[in-house]
Design a binder for this molecule. Sequence first.
Ligand code: SF4
Ligand code: SF4
Length: 93
Amino acid sequence: MSGKSLHTFNKISYVIDENKCAGCGSCVKACPVNAIRGENKKPHIIDSEICIKCGSCIEACPEKYSAVEKKTGLVSEKVKQKKEMEGGVDLSK
Ligand code: SF4
Ligand code: SF4
């Protein structure tokens, strides 16, 4: 495809490092909007479409795991569109 414009914007996101996450579930209980999912003792994931970026999961994750990371940086429009498709969320322009 040609002429694709890539808008970039600052974005904060919370992600769980699957190599560190022990699947203890503390973050699931701490999340006010049920944005975290995962099976017991398996790496959990944060649904970025639901997450309201409150940071409670970072505080809830035991220090020995420290599996939740707050990330900031530029995200391309392309990534945003992909997430819309995956999550079925209609973010009208
Ligand atoms: S930052 Fe807050 S809303 Fe987002 S996943 Fe963590 S606890 Fe849930
Ligand atoms: S609190 Fe930390 S180790 Fe426990 S499930 Fe959540 S991210 Fe994984």
